[in-house]
Write a protein of this length. Structure first.
Length: 135
């Protein structure tokens, strides 16, 4: 389990080490508003999550993992993916039909393993805008 767990209701509350070590995503992207972030840590891993919600109660859930095993985690990305280049960032996109039509975007940036989970009806352009604003 995780040893340290801290919840932030605003991006402005992030301590300096989070701002320095993680990718900080914007407060809003189109109609999605930042809802909360959770920071977790154990001996091997640090993890930061971002939750965004819009007025239709659709969600975007972002997870960032820093640790010794991020390369291994990245190799476990589902192999039913498309690979796209977003501003030089290699993004793996997996679309699942069974699970509420979920869509998962995964990439590595500065040794951080990032996954963005959302629904297929949330446009790829919106996710790309969110990622490119942050990275």
């Amino acid at each position: 389990g995780m040893e340290t767990i801290k919840t932030y209701s605003s991006i402005n509350e992030f301590p300096e080490f989070i701002q320095k070590n993680f990718i900080i995503f914007p407060d809003t992207v189109l109609d999605f508003q930042f809802n909360e972030s959770i920071y977790e840590k154990n001996t091997d891993v640090e993890k930061l999550t971002f939750l965004y919600v819009n007025s239709s109660n659709e969600e975007i859930y972002i997870s960032e993992i820093i640790g010794n095993n991020t390369d291994y985690l990245f190799q476990q990305v589902d192999n039913k993916y498309d690979i796209e280049q977003w501003n030089g960032l290699e993004v793996y996109i997996s679309k699942y039909n069974n699970d509420e039509s979920k869509c998962v975007y995964s990439f590595m940036s500065n040794h951080i393993f990032v996954t963005v989970n959302t629904y297929k009806n949330v446009s790829e352009d919106l996710i790309r805008t969110l990622v490119e604003k942050a990275v």
